[in-house]
Design a protein around this ligand. Structure first.
Ligand code: GTQ
Length: 350
């Protein structure tokens, strides 16, 4: 009776506080300062094989011109209606049909493209075109003009990864439409790679800005690097062989807000349990297997997309030689000093 009375008095007090723009911290303290990360993000999975026809249908319903970007957003069911795949990142599948152009624009958000199918589409970034093939990674650093087009006879599909929710959180997004559909190129194809992509840089050049001056990371040399490394059989018990795409001129992550990775898991790999503070989006470039996430497991095969949430205990297993591309906001956690990881088979017993 006394307790009820007390709670009624408190409630009345809270209402008077609210009128003054005040709230009692003690009611929410443990949610605000949780012992371990609290995330709305949950595990999610898309079978490319199952959703491809919907993307092609979108191609019949709307032109790239009308849509500006013809994209099906990969919306995490745990973030329904929020156009995000994790707390901080957006992802989508973009379709460009032969002859189409997705018009030039620029924004302060960083973007990556990872090519799923089609050879012969291009992205132009700040005056330089790159032709894209399956498995290539293309970066659009903040505030750089970019347009996409397809000169091939087959449609091209890629995964878009952007830091849209992050910039929305900071309310720091700016965008500007281009004055033309496709930008004029001012440098030949391969120019940035020639200048910055072979472990050299022009003699008096100094980095300005944080993004990599190389914006096209082709699959073939990355795949070859993993293949060569695999000969040493120094597999990491959690990650197999996992490489991070870097800005070759600074050694930092290739984008200022999104980390990007390519990893190889050999046939029969059974990874140790692991968790880390960044939630990651995975794309299966090659192979098949499963990722155990908490008590559940995600079965994956070539072209599938899945999410491992923040601080979720997980372990990768491969049934055939597999290559996974992934991206996350790890670089931000690291820069700000709160990235954490934990390894070990005991984790699931917590
Ligand atoms: O290609 O610039 O999926 O601005 C979402 C927003 C792609 C792009 C998206 C964008 C883009």
């Amino acid at each position: 009776m006394g307790a009820d009375n007390n709670s009624q008095i408190r409630q009345a007090f809270y209402e008077r506080l609210a009128e003054q723009g005040l709230a009692p911290l003690w009611e929410v303290l443990h949610n605000l300062v949780p012992a371990t990360p609290n995330t709305a993000c949950g595990a999610a999975f898309w079978s490319y094989r199952e959703i491809r026809s919907l993307l092609m249908e979108a191609g019949d319903l709307i032109t790239a011109h009308e849509a500006e970007r013809r994209v099906l957003v990969l919306e995490n069911p745990f973030h329904r209606g929020q156009a995000r795949i994790t707390n901080s990142l957006y992802a989508g599948l973009q379709l460009i049909r032969p002859g189409e152009v997705a018009r030039a624009h620029r924004h302060t958000q960083s973007a990556l493209r990872f090519i799923v199918e089609g050879d012969g589409a291009f992205t132009a970034v700040d005056g330089e075109k790159a032709y894209m093939e399956r498995g290539d990674l293309i970066l659009t650093p903040p505030w750089q003009w970019h347009d996409h087009g397809c000169e091939a006879s087959e449609p091209t599909v890629w995964i878009d990864g952007l830091d849209l929710p992050m910039l929305a959180y900071f309310a720091a997004g700016f965008a500007e439409p281009g004055s033309v559909e496709a930008q004029q190129t001012s440098r030949p194809i391969g120019d940035s790679r020639a200048r910055f992509g072979v472990n050299m840089a022009p003699v008096d050049w100094r980095p300005s800005g944080q993004a990599s001056p190389v914006f096209h990371y082709p699959y073939a040399p990355a795949r070859d690097a993993l293949e060569r490394m695999s000969c040493a059989e120094a597999w990491d018990p959690v990650h197999g062989l996992k490489m991070r795409y870097l800005n070759p001129c600074t050694g930092a992550d290739a984008l200022p807000t999104i980390s990007t990775f390519l990893q190889m898991l050999p046939k029969s790999f059974r990874g140790d349990v692991y968790r880390c503070t960044d939630a990651a989006v995975y794309f299966v470039v090659e192979g098949n297997g499963r990722t155990k996430i908490g008590d559940a497991q995600t079965l994956w095969q070539k072209d599938d997309i899945f999410v491992v949430p923040n601080w979720a205990e997980h372990a990768h297993e491969a049934d055939s030689d597999s290559v996974l591309f992934s991206f996350s906001d790890r670089v931000v956690h690291e820069k700000l000093g709160f990235w954490r990881e934990q390894r070990g088979a005991a984790l699931f017993l917590d």
